[in-house]
Ligand binder design. Structure first.
Ligand SMILES: [Fe+2]
Length: 222
């Protein structure tokens, strides 16, 4: 696993930013969220996901070998210190220009080092009348990385799912918003804790919330 290196002064200037990424036509992503494998590490079968890691070198994406995801217990009391393995992102998805644009938007916005590893989590949270979907079952937390990008792809028949950023657990969030499709929230993980509230359907049918979560470093190891 790449070490979480100390940030430079310039990087520390970056706290959080919300961007609309206009160069991305979201339709191209949608079909790739229909065949995500269920996340076996969370009870309830409401979260499904894939995960791959990349280096964004100049204007190119280089895909890195399959790895294992782990977060220290200090950051994830629910699943910390567990080596988790997820299926890789679909090759056809990775080849899309809109996918490359998304990873480069993250890398450019965070001014990442050219060799920095980027983990890309493709996640669908599903909810129904009887089962709320919980995007952050670990509660208010940090990921234990340097930078996080949450990119909203789709919200189908869902309410809730507000993303919160906190300076500490005792105070109200400094950011509180539903991320609408096309919006990318960039967060300095050293400065803020994050959380997303549960989702529930608007009408009595299945509801889904689709996102890409990007982190650097990736927290993946061989
Ligand atoms: Fe997180």
């Amino acid at each position: 696993m790449q070490k979480v290196r100390k940030l430079t002064e310039l990087e520390y200037a970056f706290l959080f930013t919300l961007r609309k990424v206009n160069s991305i036509q979201l339709e191209g992503f949608k079909s790739f969220f229909n065949n995500l494998p269920v996340d076996p590490y969370i009870k309830g079968n409401y979260r499904s996901r894939r995960l791959s890691r990349f280096i964004a070198s100049r204007d190119n994406l280089i895909k890195l070998p399959h790895g294992y995801f782990s977060q220290p217990k200090e950051y994830n009391p629910l699943l910390g210190d567990i080596r988790r393995e997820f299926a890789e992102l679909d090759d056809a998805l990775i080849e899309l220009d809109i996918f490359k644009n998304l990873v480069l938007a993250f890398s450019d916005s965070c001014k990442l080092h050219p060799e920095a590893e980027i983990g890309v989590h493709q996640i669908r949270i599903t909810c129904s009348h009887d089962n709320l979907g919980n995007p952050a079952p670990e509660g208010i937390h940090r990921d234990g990385t340097n930078f996080i990008g949450i990119f909203s792809v789709d919200r189908e028949n869902v309410q809730g799912g507000e993303t919160h950023l906190y300076i500490n657990r005792k105070e109200n969030p400094v950011f509180n918003k539903v991320l609408n499709p096309g919006e990318l929230l960039l967060v300095n993980d050293h400065e803020f804790l994050h959380f997303t509230t549960p989702i529930q359907p608007i009408v009595e049918a299945k509801g889904t919330r689709d996102v890409f979560v990007l982190t650097s470093p990736s927290l993946l190891s061989d």
